[in-house]
Design a protein around this ligand. Structure first.
Ligand code: DGT
Ligand code: CA
Ligand code: CA
Ligand code: ZN
Length: 619
């Protein structure tokens, strides 16, 4: 995604928040919010556009275009600065709490002097919100719950935020002549759904120049620790970045170590120890014969080996002290690649997304590791939007981008009428279908599917009757409202949607938004059963704010024989790239290409989409 677009998008969003907080007209805030989304999602790099070019972007008029030009000319937007100065940062932080809007945040500040999330929690505890208009017991409960959600996210960021930063740091370091290799490791490489800090690994014989380059980056706001092999910084956005530099011959072992997870590493170390090897971030070493008996005994009794420093086989290994060299040990065993490390301890290479000690060690040993789905396996996206509803790009651009990606097929699935804000009608939907069919002529290698994203209503019904639904190539159906029904109601609701012969995919099945909305309370086992029985796929929504189903759900669902669709739910061209996060999540759920319907050839997919209905065979 073009970085300038993101920057300007974030700034316009902040401006919208500031306008709302300071009591500006709500429509003005909405104008800036819409513009923020359009700019962030625009297919051209906005820093290359002049005012006229900027005005071509949907929702961008004269005044916003002027602000964007001002930003690229001066590095700031005067009016944003002016509003920023009027409000303490803590008040803006308050608006991060789900359910707390800008108007109420400002009221808390004006009436009670509350200027941070902690202030608010204290005020709630002390009962100091009593008597404040619009803050009844119900609101208080919602606020507490919102703060819990916010804290759970606890400084962790979503994958897209971490990835963008990682790619920037890796690119900067890789550009140095002293840098032989550089990549990101840690939870980001494992594609965990949120990332605590970034772990960047580099190979070089001249580590100092790399450390200096890191601390000199403009995105660094604070140097936390600065050394020859390890440096930690904090970015202006508050994220910690750890850089380790190792000699090139230790690359494989270091990458294995810093990719983790910790639980996986404990297991691989144990395996090494049993073979008289020592596996650490410094490499894979033979253990000198004199030390072996000692170490063996320690492993067996679980007691630490005495007198030889930290034992390699401890289940809680500690990070070596800053600047300490490799521990006294035997000879370095080749470890230029992870493959060599795993091979030497008798295992095949294990994909990073599986390294959570969730059975991958045993599977590797037994030769039953799953052949997990990859981005190259994906033949098309089956859940995407256009500007006919809440997308920001016209269909022509979305389709062009899909063709560019080399997809075999691509489904346009705009929202159906029951999501009232989107103002969908039968006529609009049918007109879109005509346009899509016309567009298809331009793309002989891409099959365009016309679909929709239906709303599953509180009773499990969807927007249109069967005869209208029959006109679509594919129907995704999702829960977009009434999240607080009982478990029994929600379960029944999803099961009924599966039983609809025209519903092919359940979109974002738990409806959670990472850090903002809890998953709905539903008996997923019952839903898995229903999906397997009816030939309905469950979505792995690749949007980094959703990742829904998540890895743990997938591990459970695949045992029921459910099929899945890994889709982006793209609302902009750039969102098509979110696919990687969906694939990462699918891998963490041990899914193979066979489990994922959008890796299948079109004919097989078409058969699946008919759900056993009789119908004309389409090409
Ligand atoms: P995060 O940052 O909370 O999202 O999660 P990770 O997995 O990136 O954890 P982090 O940054 O603390 O450490 C990066 C990797 O370094 C971790 O996945 C495995 C390795 N590592 C860190 N501390 C230890 C440790 O005490 N023992 C072992 N065996 N490995 C460790
Ligand atoms: Ca980390
Ligand atoms: Ca770290
Ligand atoms: Zn959608």
């Amino acid at each position: 995604m073009a970085r300038p677009n993101e920057q300007v998008g974030a700034l316009l969003q902040e401006y919208a928040d500031l306008v709302a907080i300071t009591g500006g007209a709500p429509y003005r805030a909405r104008v800036y919010e819409k513009a923020a989304r359009s700019v962030a999602g625009h297919h051209l790099d906005v820093s290359t556009l002049d005012a006229a070019g900027l005005r071509e972007i949907p929702n961008v008029g004269d005044s916003i275009a002027a602000k964007v030009v001002e930003y690229f000319r001066t590095g700031r937007i005067e009016e944003v600065e002016r509003l920023r100065a009027r409000i303490p940062a803590g008040v803006r932080e308050l608006t991060q709490i789900p359910t707390l809007g800008p108007r109420k945040a400002m009221m808390l500040y004006d009436e009670r002097g509350i200027a941070s999330v902690q202030d608010l929690l204290d005020a709630l505890d002390a009962g100091r919100l009593r008597g404040l208009k619009g803050f009844g017991p119900r609101t208080e409960e919602n606020l507490r719950h919102g703060i819990t959600l916010l804290r759970q996210a606890g400084g962790r960021v979503t994958l897209d935020v971490a990835m963008e930063l990682a790619e920037e740091v890796v690119a900067a370091l890789s550009a140095l002549p002293q840098c032989e290799r550089c990549t990101y490791a840690g939870s980001l490489r494992r594609m965990r759904e949120t990332v605590g800090d970034l772990d960047i690994l580099a190979a070089s014989t001249k580590p100092r120049s790399l450390m200096k380059a890191l601390t000199g980056l403009s995105l660094v706001s604070e140097v936390i620790a600065h050394g020859d092999t390890k440096t930690s910084v904090r970015t202006t956005a508050g994220m910690q970045v750890d850089l380790r530099v190792v000699p090139p011959e230790s690359w494989g072992a270091a990458l294995q170590y810093f990719t983790g997870s910790k639980a996986h590493n404990v297991r691989t170390r144990e395996i090494a120890v049993r073979q008289d090897l020592k596996l650490s971030e410094y490499g894979l070493f033979t253990v000198p014969p004199a030390q072996r008996r000692h170490r063996r005994k320690a492993t067996l009794t679980g007691e630490p080996a005495s007198g030889e420093g930290p034992p390699a086989e401890s289940t809680e290994p500690t990070e070596p002290a800053e600047e300490s060299g490799p521990p006294e040990a035997g000879e370095l065993v080749v470890s230029k690649s992870e493959q060599e490390v795993y091979a030497r301890i008798g295992l095949p290479w294990i994909p990073p997304t599986l390294r959570e000690d969730r059975g991958e060690i045993e599977a590797a040993r037994d030769g039953t590791l799953p052949d997990v789905v990859t981005e190259q396996d994906i033949r098309g996206d089956l859940h995407t939007h256009t500007d006919l509803t809440d997308g920001v790009a016209p269909m022509t651009e979305m389709v062009a981008a899909a063709a560019e990606r080399g997809y075999d097929y691509y489904a346009v699935t705009d929202h159906a009428p029951n999501l009232y804000m989107q103002r969908m009608t039968d006529e609009k939907m049918l007109a879109q279908r005509e346009q899509l069919h016309a567009l298809a002529k331009r793309y002989p290698h891409l099959t365009l599917l016309h679909g929709t994203e239906l709303n599953i209503d509180p009773d499990g019904e969807v927007d249109w009757p069967a005869d209208f639904l029959a006109g679509f190539d594919i129907c995704v159906a999702s829960v977009h409202s009434h999240f607080n029904q009982t478990r029994a109601q929600l379960t029944r609701r999803l099961v009924r949607a599966c039983e609809n012969p025209h519903v092919n995919v359940i979109g974002h099945p738990t409806a959670r938004l990472i850090g903002h909305r809890q998953p709905i309370d539903v008996d997923l086992e019952a839903v898995y059963e229903a999906c397997a029985d009816t030939g309905t796929a469950l979505e792995v929504n690749a949007s980094p704010d959703r990742l829904d189903l998540n890895d743990e759900h997938l591990l459970a669902a695949r045992r029921h024989g459910v099929k899945f669709a890994v889709d982006t739910d793209a609302h902009a061209v750039a969102h098509l790239d979110y696919l990687r996060y969906g694939v990462g999540t699918a891998q963490r759920g041990w899914l193979t290409a066979g489990d994922v319907i959008n890796t299948w050839p079109l004919r097989r997919l078409r058969t699946f989409l008919r759900k056993g209905r009789k119908g004309r065979e389409k090409p």
